[in-house]
Design a protein around this ligand. Sequence first.
Ligand code: NAD
Length: 246
Amino acid sequence: MTLQGKVAIVTGGAQGIGRQIALTLANAGADVVISDVQKAGAEETATQVTALGRRSLALQVDVTSSTEVEGMVRTTVDRMGRLDILVCNAGITRDTLLIRMKEDDWNRVLDVNLKGAFLCMKAAAPILSKQRGGRIIAIASVVAVLGNVGQANYAASKAGLIGLTKTVAREYASRGITVNAVAPGFIDTAMTRALSEKVREELLRRIPLGRLGTPEDVAAAVRFLASDAAGYLTGQVIHVNGGMYM
Ligand code: NAD
């Protein structure tokens, strides 16, 4: 499953799952561009990728800006020579019950999680298409299929991301581009550390494998989808959730 000679972009790569995806792809041989709104975190991930002997670049990019996203793809091709793998990982939560959810909570989460992935796919697809091959991997969530109290905006954004993934998979299959999603369950990162102890205990009861997932668990699935071994998989959702959803 070597990714030697491939160039990847990971959005939201400054921390958490995105950082681990960047390191796992680098360990498999890829050069990795880290993009994130957080400059310092992106630079730290890029330093860690470089320490693995791969080329890297940290770019400060807000995925909700088409100008910045187009610049990200252009800079990647200019500086790294090509683009093979796009991982749409940037995401946020603004949890609250429907009744209390402000229009701005809805708009912001949909903007980052769904429009952000749309803009990245739209900017990268022509490059992958010209090369007649490539991989697009979106990071969805188990709540896209289960729903979750307090996450109407987030669950809708991730369900939308799965629809986007399947559609782009159909549109680009003839160009040799595969488009898939990885849907993590509850992964131990800053996002879930924000949950109360009570909520975390309740969650654990719902996970047959009896533990939260790790960023490594998610990154392993991304690495597989990015590899030649996954060449006959497209429009799929790989669930990495300890059996929470079967
Ligand atoms: P995280 O908050 O640790 O990391 C998210 C990253 O995205 C941060 O570095 C943040 O700066 C970046 N980001 C936020 N808004 C951005 C924007 N507008 N443009 C560019 N970058 C932006 O979260 P995480 O747990 O590592 O989650 C990574 C992805 O995995 C997200 O899409 C999340 O929805 C998804 N996910 C996480 C879990 C979990 O349990 N942690 C479960 C399912 C899905």
